[in-house]
Design a protein around this ligand. Structure first.
Ligand SMILES: Nc1ncnc2c1ncn2[C@@H]1O[C@H](COP(=O)(O)OP(=O)(O)OP(=O)(O)O)[C@@H](O)[C@H]1O
Ligand SMILES: [Mg+2]
Length: 215
């Protein structure tokens, strides 16, 4: 469970407040969608929830603990094992194959064969099982999004945060991703997405709308 309590945030150079007093609760088993017009602050909110952008005010509680009050070691453990974040733009490493990108963060602590097996099963579910040995630049936008999702869920984190997971994709691929996210949430995990995709309404338990700040 991940809860934002009275979150406010303003980028230093901007005059306007980006997020004002946002309260959002994602329960285990919930798929929560954040919607709102372009520039309203969806990506900013997701980055705050993911523990990578400290809010000016408010708390982000993971299992009751404010993640911004944790020391670096604990916060990095949270990032590695508990809260996964897939940003809006692709962040695959150029010089590694897709499968290496997916497993690289965990190779030090887990058996490589097991990681690869798990990655392939997830890739198969998302229809990209043939792409493991390719490099990121050889993939389409939709394939990259699916590969990034596989990387994010590889170690079954409690919380999955995905920014625009279906943007720019055809309906079949988009639905495949939304089904995957729904199933992931149904495994007693919390999924938080930002999206413009109206189809999300068929999948989400909760829609949070962020209004563009006037102040
Ligand atoms: N690094 C940054 N520095 C300064 N301002 C930023 C930064 N990132 C975003 N902004 C501004 O903050 C506001 C919210 O941006 P954000 O990316 O959160 O919107 P969004 O709702 O995700 O938009 P989109 O639907 O286009 O992805 C915008 O006005 C944007 O210009
Ligand atoms: Mg965005």
């Amino acid at each position: 469970m991940l809860i934002s309590e009275n979150i406010s945030f303003r980028y230093r150079k901007n005059k306007k407040q980006t997020l004002s007093d946002l309260n959002v609760k994602t329960d285990d088993g919930d798929l929560t969608a954040v919607m709102g017009e372009s520039g309203s602050g969806k990506s900013t909110f997701l980055a705050v929830m993911a523990g990578i952008l400290k809010p000016d005010q408010g708390k982000v509680l993971f299992n009751g603990e404010d993640i911004y009050s944790l020391d670096d070691r604990k916060l990095s453990d949270i990032h590695l094992r508990h809260i996964s974040y897939v940003p809006q733009s692709n962040i695959m490493l150029k010089h590694l194959t897709v499968i290496e990108n997916i497993i690289c963060a965990f190779k030090e602590t887990e058996d490589e064969g097991t990681l690869k097996e798990r990655a392939l099963a997830l890739m198969d579910k998302l229809g990209i099982s043939e792409l493991g040995e390719k490099f990121p630049y050889e993939l389409s936008g939709g394939e990259l999004k699916r590969a990034s999702l596989v990387r994010a869920v590889l170690m079954s984190p409690d919380i999955l945060i995905a920014d625009e997971p279906t943007t720019g994709l055809d309906k079949v691929t988009g639905d495949r991703i939304l089904n995957f996210l729904r199933e992931y949430a149904d495994g007693k995990r919390s999924v938080l997405v930002a999206t413009h995709d109206e189809h999300i309404k068929d999948y989400a338990d909760k829609i949070v709308t962020i209004e563009r700040s006037l102040r």
